[in-house]
Design a protein around this ligand. Sequence first.
Ligand SMILES: [Zn+2]
Length: 210
Amino acid sequence: MNFFRCSRLFVTPSSFFKYFLKDLIWEMPTNEKKIWLTFDDGPDPIYTTQILKILDEYSIKATFFLEGEKVIKYPKLMELLKRKHHSIGNHTYSHLNGWKTSTDAYLKDVYKAQKVIKSSLFRPPFGRIKISQIKNLIKDFKIIMWSIMPLDFSNKISDSEFRGNIIKNVKKGSIIVLHCNSKSHYKVCKNLPVVLEELLKKEYEFCSTW
Ligand SMILES: [Zn+2]
């Protein structure tokens, strides 16, 4: 089945998926209008910097799941994120697909990243992680998934569909995943200000503590 032909199904994860992976965090428990904005795949001197600029304009704090390899390359960017009081999380060292990687090799990669990232938060790249990997990582990390993936990386959806994926699905405790990478950059930078204004108008508060 073509992923993008049924892409709408993937904007919010199914309860079937959530049931079998219930040790993972899919949304935050809250009765208040709070949401958690997250960005994967940084830090990057162009993409992350641009996103930071937009977040600054609205005084919004987010969580950045970083790749260890990129942190080694751009350590000052991770420091900048921390200095601006955003949260950071581990996104493996080399952006591994858990389904295609042995548990030993996966854990080695995560802890290699941990030496520089030093966070209690983890998000598996591609959302793909094996039960055996979860069982090990859950001892040291909160494993953060998402409740809204608006498909910022897809060139098959329009700007308004992308914005709608967020605005129409958002609710108390939503975790929204966006990306700091070349595939997502144009769509995120073009639409993020409008989305943030829309969410602020709906009186949502942005959280970055977990
Ligand atoms: Zn990723």
